[in-house]
Design a protein. Structure first.
Length: 491
């Protein structure tokens, strides 16, 4: 018999390469497992933060001076969420898809259908913006650049901007109809040095993938405002396609998640610069099917070193593509049916059925189980090219309590669906949601090894281990897998 140890899939999910070419430290399937630097760990759970009926379609963070609130768009109203308590601020709106920017002590909100609103930390009121030929209710996507508020005019090639530090008043138009195809979708600030200064650029993104880059601080003065770049990327997805990561501006496109700086030399042809390249097969399948649905959104969650991309997968259904921002490894989260995300007090929040939830809080999904799936690459173990009889598997895991582990084994690239049933029953290693006093118990106890041999049966030239965990009381880490097989001459 031969015993080998396979590494944990810290290289992440590979949905690009042929399954015969995937590295040993990668995975064909990595669902609800997050790849760290030493091990992969089942994803965090979430708890209900604010109970809200109906669908929340926008979450906006207001952070000014010492005031920090979440605002939610729901049921034709804007709600304030403070420490889990919900207050209705204003009602009677046409839709709930608000976008906002904080400037001069106000959050200025636009939804492309109603009068713009402003929030000062206590109340919401109409925000009067005028301009020649402008209907302010058509403004939909705001951003701040060089202390000026810019906003997209819906279904047009125009952006509008206000005076320095102004939140209201007379806006001036920038019309890009002669420079780009399609309509203007979004805009943002991109900086080469990660700070604010001369290296800051104002970016305008269009529906057909055109990107215009301007430098300067006063669009009304040709000597201090100039077009310095124009190129094409893949078509942006959704109505919230931009997010910032340090000084970088990331764009959700039909080709994947694109860092703007990597596109400058060669535009769309530079596929290796797409951050989602390693999962491009799965990404493009979803982009083809759901490119016209709302719900596409990217958010960086620094506390967990996660970049989370919300992906619609059907009517009112969502999943997440997640990257380890330190290692670049990817995985997929399921069971989080989030319509939108926001950072608030450095913590991650999302909206779903029942209200707003705090992510990365506890080890269950508000008391429900989390299912983790892992499928290892098909590896041609020594002696290569010969059949082997695969006998036993031992996941090298750690958790605070006992974990039921379902094991499957596939040979010669034939993926099956059956699993060998676990012998263990999950036992808790920490506080169970809704049975212990809030903040009085630890969420998880000390990690301990969980390393039981399991019998498998498979004969083939190559083999792939499949593993499933269903947990509610523990977070689990996988450090590697031992495998025992009999080489061909011993059969």
């Amino acid at each position: 018999m031969t015993q080998i140890t396979l590494p944990a899939p810290i290289g992440g999910w590979n949905a690009r390469d042929d399954i015969s070419q995937i590295r040993p430290d990668q995975a064909i399937v990595l669902e609800n497992w997050f790849p760290g630097e030493q091990a992969v760990t089942t994803r965090p759970g979430h708890t209900l933060y604010a109970e809200i009926s109906g669908t929340v379609e926008s979450l906006v963070t207001f952070n000014y001076d010492t005031t920090e609130h979440l605002l939610a768009g729901n049921g034709g109203a804007i709600l304030k969420i403070d420490q889990g308590a919900t207050t209705e601020l204003k009602t009677g709106f046409t839709n709930n898809r608000w976008n906002a920017e904080t400037i001069s002590g106000y959050a200025v909100l636009f939804n492309g259908a109603d009068t713009p609103q402003k929030y000062d930390g206590s109340s919401i009121t109409d925000n009067t913006i005028t301009g020649s030929g402008l209907s302010a209710s058509e403004l939909i996507y705001p951003w701040k650049f060089k202390s000026r508020l810019f906003a997209v005019q819906k279904n047009s090639t125009s952006a509008w901007y206000l005076a320095t530090n102004a939140i209201a008043g007379t806006a001036s138009e920038l019309d890009f109809s002669s420079l780009a195809e399609g309509y203007l979708v979004a805009g943002g600030t991109w900086t080469r040095d990660g700070g604010a200064g001369a290296d800051d650029f104002c970016v305008f993104l269009f529906s057909e993938g055109d990107v215009l880059i301007y430098q300067g601080d006063n669009p009304s003065n040709a000597s201090s405002w100039a077009l310095v770049g124009a190129f094409k990327i893949g078509r942006p997805l959704g109505d919230r396609p931009l997010t910032s990561f340090g000084g970088e501006l990331l764009v959700i496109t039909i080709d994947g998640l694109v860092p703007l700086s990597s596109m400058l030399p060669s535009g769309r042809s530079n596929s290796q610069a797409v951050l989602t390249d390693i999962v491009s097969g799965a990404w493009k399948a979803r982009a083809r099917s759901y490119k016209d649905q709302n719900g596409w959104q990217a958010m960086i969650y620094p506390l967990a070193q996660m970049g989370i991309i919300n992906v619609p997968i059907g009517s009112a259904r969502y999943e997440q593509f997640v990257i380890n921002t330190s290692t670049g490894a990817w995985c997929r989260f399921t069971g989080i049916n989030a319509t939108c995300w926001a950072l608030h007090r450095d913590n991650a929040f999302f909206s779903a059925t029942g209200g707003v939830y705090r992510f990365d809080n506890g080890v269950s999904d508000n008391g429900m189980t989390i299912t983790g799936l892992y499928a290892a690459p098909f590896l041609n173990h020594a002696p290569t090219g010969q059949k082997k009889a695969y006998k036993m598997v031992r996941p090298l895991m750690s958790s605070a309590g006992n974990i039921p582990v379902y094991i499957g084994f596939d040979t010669d690239y034939a993926a099956k669906t059956s699993y060998y049933e676990p012998t263990a029953v999950e036992t808790g290693g920490g506080a169970e949601w809704d049975t212990s006093a809030w903040d009085a118990d630890e969420w998880a106890g000390a990690q301990a090894p969980q390393q039981q041999w399991r019998n498998v049966a498979g004969i083939g030239v190559s083999g792939s281990i499949r593993m499933k965990t269903i947990t509610r009381l523990n977070q689990v880490s996988l450090h590697g897998i031992d495998l025992i097989y009999v080489p061909g001459n011993g059969l």
